[in-house]
Design a protein around this ligand. Structure first.
Ligand SMILES: Nc1ncnc2c1ncn2[C@@H]1O[C@H](COP(=O)(O)OP(=O)(O)OP(=O)(O)O)[C@@H](O)[C@H]1O
Ligand SMILES: [Mg+2]
Length: 393
């Protein structure tokens, strides 16, 4: 597992000054940032004496643009879960929402509609043997009524990206297992699905092809804000994950965020001010944010200094004080979900308060230019930020 610190620890001297203290803003979750929400999901196979429960009360959320890898022993229920999310099986107990649609109780027609929006990469790749690689990929686009030339170009582009540029006109029976798998992957990606479900996508591939495939998936997740759930036993690809979910005996037993930007993104989704951002902007902001930790007693920002950063408290707490030169007055105590440092960035004036850590604090930070870019990119964010700022002056 990887936990990368993008900025060095900056203990000691503060770099930014607080201008004002924000109210505690947390506790909400925004649905528009979620792709999949699973609640209390159980599943059985068979009936009567042969009835066997294979999934037990599972809860799981997949954010938009997130790459989640699911691992776990054979028979633990991974494929069952994947096919339930993919609307390929009927939900028996519990709830699955995919992009806001509840799957439980949907009729066949509605389930088919949900499936159309999902890209499937499964072990049995079901290519049409009589069609060429390009035609197999085009099939997916024809279902969506994409004009022929556009469909042809998109199919060729994807196959090229997957290293099959020289195999466009080959039929599956003259391709290797790995090549067939890559055609199936191109087909799954053709429609730019918002959700991609992959069951052992690299199993039939050599090391380099496997790496190319996951790199491509990662690019798609970021560029198209697609959510990708990959079931795999392949340890070599774990590093592409934002999050790793482990399934044992029908239970999701661990769900760990491993990528720093994903950690920040998950946190931001719970802060209402940031939840106002659209999912793409939220992901971009998380990507730009740094993480800093400081020990108790550190002056995080100092009154009178110029402002160069915006801070959001991820954990720990701090105290905000102002001084008139002789007396120091405590303004507020702030903690997880509170932010500070925005006023000086907006007004260009020096920090109007000092913020000191009262225990070890972890901070998400944005540089001045990045903060301003976010303000300009989202009217609701700017409006809310200005409202908070003026209400405190
Ligand atoms: N169609 C089915 N009918 C009856 N039992 C099934 C069916 N499909 C799967 N099972 C059983 O459900 C359990 C979970 O199977 P599932 O295929 O979801 O596991 P998995 O984690 O994907 O395993 P693997 O890593 O081997 O692919 C297993 O005990 C399996 O035997
Ligand atoms: Mg399986």
């Amino acid at each position: 597992m990887r936990f990368r610190r993008r900025r060095p620890k900056t203990n000691g001297q503060p770099q930014v000054l607080a201008t004002s203290v924000n109210p505690v803003l947390r506790g909400s979750d925004s649905d528009h940032n979620l792709c999949v929400r699973i609640e209390d999901l159980s599943h059985h196979y068979g009936t009567g004496e042969l009835k066997k429960q294979v999934l037990f009360d599972n809860n799981l959320e997949l954010a938009r643009g997130e790459i989640v890898i699911m691992t776990g022993p054979s028979g633990s229920g991974k494929t069952t879960l994947l096919t339930l999310i993919g609307a390929l099986r009927t939900v028996q107990e519990g709830s699955i929402q995919v992009l806001g649609t509840e799957l439980c109780g949907l009729d066949d027609h509605a389930l088919t509609e949900v499936r159309r929006g999902i890209g499937f990469i499964f072990q049995a790749h079901n290519l049409f043997e009589s069609l060429t690689a390009r035609q197999n990929v085009r099939m997916a686009l024809e279902l969506k009524s994409v004009p022929p030339e556009q469909a042809d170009a998109r199919a060729a582009e994807l196959l090229q990206l997957l290293g099959l540029g020289k195999r466009l006109e080959y039929k599956p029976d003259s391709m290797s297992g790995g090549q067939r798998q890559r055609v199936a992957i191109a087909r799954a990606l053709a429609n730019r699905p918002q959700l991609i479900l992959a069951d052992e996508p690299t199993a039939a591939l050599d090391k380099q092809s496997g790496r190319d495939v996951v790199d491509l998936l990662k690019r798609i997740a970021k560029e198209e804000l697609a959510t990708i759930l990959i079931v795999t036993h392949d340890n070599r690809i774990l590093d592409v994950a934002d999050r790793i979910v482990n399934m044992v005996d029908g239970h999701v037993i661990s769900d760990v965020v491993v990528n720093e930007a994903a950690v920040i993104c998950e946190f931001l989704r719970k802060v209402p001010l940031f939840a106002a951002l659209d999912p793409r902007t939220l992901t971009e902001v998380a990507d730009k944010m740094g993480l800093e930790t400081h020990p108790e007693g550190t002056v995080l920002v100092r009154q009178g200094d110029p402002g160069d950063k915006f801070y959001l408290i991820r954990s720990g707490s701090a105290v905000v004080t102002v001084s008139d030169g002789t007396h120091k007055r405590e303004l507020a105590r702030i903690e997880e979900g509170d932010f500070f440092g925005e006023a000086a960035l907006i007004s260009g004036e020096p920090r109007n308060a000092t913020v000191t850590a009262t225990d070890e604090v972890a901070l998400c930070t944005l540089d001045k230019e990045e903060f301003r870019a976010v303000l300009e990119s989202s009217a609701p964010f700017k409006e809310q930020m200005l409202r908070i700022l003026f209400s405190r002056q």
